[in-house]
Ligand binder design. Sequence first.
Ligand code: SF4
Ligand code: SF4
Length: 489
Amino acid sequence: MADYQIRRCERQLEGGIYPETHKALSTTDSCVFVDDPKRLVFPIHFSGGGPGEALVAVGDTVFQGTPIIKCQSGITHVASRSGKVIEITDHAITHPSATKSASIIIEPNGLKDQDYLDPLVWPFDADTLRNRAIEAGILGLGGAGFPSFKKWSDGTQTLIINGAECEPYLTADDTLMRVDTHSMIRGACMLSQSLDIKTIIIGIEDNKPEALEAIESALKESRSDCFFDIVLLDTKYPSGSERHLVWLTLGIEVPTGSRAIESGVIVHNPGTLAALSRAIDGKPITDRIVTLTGEALTAPQNVIVPIGTPISHLIEAADTNPDSLASIAIGGPMMGYPVTDFTAGITKTTNCLLAREIEVPPESPCIRCGACATVCPVRLQPQQMVFALKGGSLDRAVHEGLIDCIECAACNAVCPSHIPLAEWFRLGRFEARDKANDQHLAAEARERFEARNLRLERIALEKEAKRAARQAKTADALEKARKARKESA
Ligand code: SF4
Ligand code: SF4
């Protein structure tokens, strides 16, 4: 049995909200597999892990597990089913920008052909595990899609499993913690052992008693040497934000602009660790759990879906009521974004499809009630930032703390004027990043220009010195010749 304790979190999240959860909608029925779709869509640059390049061509036959995309970060994405590459074309993608992007389209053939990796045999070191994570396409399945191996620094003290899943409606992580508990615990133990981490914290909200029970029973069967510290969190949004989770469970404040890893802490989603466990056995990520939920669905539930499955296929599977459907969003009601083109395929970071009945009420002017500032978990003044952004002053918004905003949308949820504050902040942060990037690129160009000028100046000086030396040598030779002529005369 692994050594573990269960304790209640003694810290309080500052700000935040207690939204209506709606989680029971999708947890009444058990998690099931969805039939394979007729086509699978894999965006080359937006599958997670950064821009990529296609490793296959139209007409190629692929197996489940065949590498099809290599990202600049090194991460490899594989075909989730065996079949044929029928097209590489611009296609709708699941991304907040709602743009089209180059995508690989695969037509599954229904066969079970697999192209898996060789299993890793314990003991293995952290570099071996990093390479395996790259080959198996392991990235944060909680939404951000950050390549997991980049978090695995030697000397890290603690691993936190983020079991908070505080977004209302979402139950994909809760489901995984209940049905795939052993894989999650095994992935966490393997990672900890290879990095010499002794303590694994499981931060879990107190509205997930069944997941907690499953974790306890898995730990009782585990023979891991790691110590498991299970921290029960108040069910308050956004406890699952990385910075807040580190603070709640460890009391460590992660400075703005830095990641938890820079404070010696790795935070992983339960699904990421379960995927890592399978990758150790040779299986890259080909499927994930997606919550299909919302009042506009007749059969909301969690499903196991091949990566690349078009949204339309899932809407059909969940039996959507077209009369009451007002909108479909990827993710939860807080941080999700709307989708309009249902031919887009799910990616590794698609955790939820939310079909709502209600239209968002129209926006009205700010009444300066201050409710948004009261709930902001990073103590910002959202109303000031939005005034600045609406007035076109990005600099002022940045001065007000725009860069600290975690885009949690707690402010949206309480705004009586229905101002889409978080959407403004998301766009503002994009723009600020672009500007910083441009400034960085301009500074780099300036540096290159100055370095080039210095180099040219140095070459000119060297040339001048050589010319002067040559002149002196010639003058010396002439002088010697003149002297010689004089002496001979
Ligand atoms: S979206 Fe930003 S400003 Fe609004 S509550 Fe969250 S952190 Fe604060
Ligand atoms: S909650 Fe809405 S109305 Fe109230 S101050 Fe903030 S932005 Fe204005």
